[in-house]
Design a protein around this ligand. Structure first.
Ligand SMILES: [Zn+2]
Length: 402
């Protein structure tokens, strides 16, 4: 028995005037997703608890069968897992953005896409400042996306659930004073942020940016903290071996923590120019060795963030013809299988951002009796009686373990 889950990230949306009142999923030509709907069942699932921010980290955790309210501890621990940084019981991971703040206002949460070499020099210099410390360790990542790890050893960690931080991308153009860390351990975070504002101007590569008329990183911004989530191994829970194809670090991290194989696909960009056909081919190749493949495509989400309606429709059609179609055909040729299509969360073209609420899903395969729906989109899904307000119930249903 083989299983495939295809995730068109953020695909669920609202009706668009420019599409004649249809949603992108309804407007796109998707014969293969419609075939799954026709042969199987269509329903709705909500992967984002109202109390949590909508995003792929929360949404996919639920889609993979894990209640985010119980298991999600923060974004940084998932990014740490993606980079192979292990966290012990009392360790915490904290996202460390290099940012540009001018006149106490958040000008750029990326320090204007600070180049890797400048970012690495900055992180090296920060680490040197704390080299006497056994607790704090900076890890350079890509560009502005870096990590700070707190090694707790046998001590209790200085943070807890009351520690509250704000993502810098949520406060662009706003005075930062109202958005500083609060709660347990906030003093530590604030002290390091303040100290970084003294250190970063002394990093020659960073200072050179100012001379070139670009924005230097003025300080670090710490957020997204969390301890290692205790995710029960997926194979132990569901009895299948699994692999994931994704261009997104957060998903790689969740995959690692679940014990999945991470399959790197050349030409997978996480953007609209991604190589859809390569993802489809690698998915089929990987299915020779594992029971369950997850193929995540970020392009639909990116199109929404840009408010690009036609690009979103095109991305859906590409996913349909190059991934869903070939994978489904291969599965059907092999014998027993199930296939599921489901986004992690809605991303609205209108607001250009992630939203809460239901997403449509379609699945077919062994022992799934067809319902009356034959199209895969939000309107058809809303007619279905199958409504999962706890989205994490979908995976046990799909894998036949409920
Ligand atoms: Zn997403």
């Amino acid at each position: 028995m083989k299983y495939a889950l295809i995730i068109p990230d953020g695909a669920a949306d609202e009706p668009q005037d420019s599409l004649g009142g249809r949603t992108p999923l309804a407007a796109a030509r998707m014969p293969h997703m419609d075939e799954i709907a026709g042969r199987g069942i269509v329903g709705r699932a909500d992967h984002t608890p109202p109390s949590m921010p909508s995003g792929s980290d929360v949404g996919t955790m639920s889609l993979f069968g894990y209640d985010p309210l119980q298991y999600h501890t923060g974004r940084a621990p998932l990014e740490a897992a993606a980079r192979g940084i292990e966290l012990a019981k009392n360790d915490w991971a904290i996202r460390c953005n290099l940012v540009t703040i001018e006149n106490s206002v958040m000008r750029s949460f990326t320090a204007e896409q600070i180049p890797n070499d400048v970012a690495q020099a900055a992180i090296r210099r920060l680490q040197k400042e704390y080299c006497g410390s056994t607790e704090w360790k900076f890890h350079a990542g890509v560009s502005y996306r870096n990590l700070l790890i707190y090694r707790g050893r046998d001590e209790t960690a200085p943070f807890d659930n009351s520690t509250h931080t704000i993502p810098p991308h949520d406060i662009t153009g706003q005075p930062v004073a109202e958005f500083l860390p609060t709660g347990t351990g906030a003093d530590d975070l604030l002290r390091m942020m303040d100290r970084s504002a003294e250190i970063l101007p002394q990093v020659p590569e960073n200072a050179a940016r100012a001379q070139d008329g670009e924005s230097p990183a003025t300080q670090i911004w710490l957020w997204g903290q969390g301890h290692a989530p205790e995710l029960a191994n997926f194979q132990q829970r569901f009895g299948v071996t699994s692999a994931v194809i994704t261009a997104v670090d957060l998903l790689r991290g969740i995959g690692r923590l679940l014990g999945w194989r991470i399959v790197e696909v050349p030409g997978a960009t996480g953007y609209l120019d991604t190589d859809y056909a390569a993802k489809g081919r690698y998915a089929i190749d990987t299915l020779q060795d594992v029971d369950f493949i997850v193929v995540h495509v970020e392009a639909t989400d990116e199109a929404s963030h840009e408010g690009a309606t036609n690009e979103k429709v095109t991305a859906l059609e590409q996913i349909d013809s190059h991934i869903v179609g070939p994978v489904h055909r291969w599965l059907a040729e092999q014998g027993d299988y199930r296939i599921l299509v489901c986004p992690d969360h809605p991303t609205f073209l209108r607001t250009k951002t992630h939203s809460h609420g239901f997403v449509p899903f379609a699945m077919c395969g062994r022992e799934i009796d067809p319902d009356s729906q034959s199209r895969y989109n939000e309107v058809e899904a809303a007619k279905s009686k199958l409504e999962l307000s706890n989205g994490y119930d979908l995976m046990p249903m799909f894998l036949g373990c409920d």
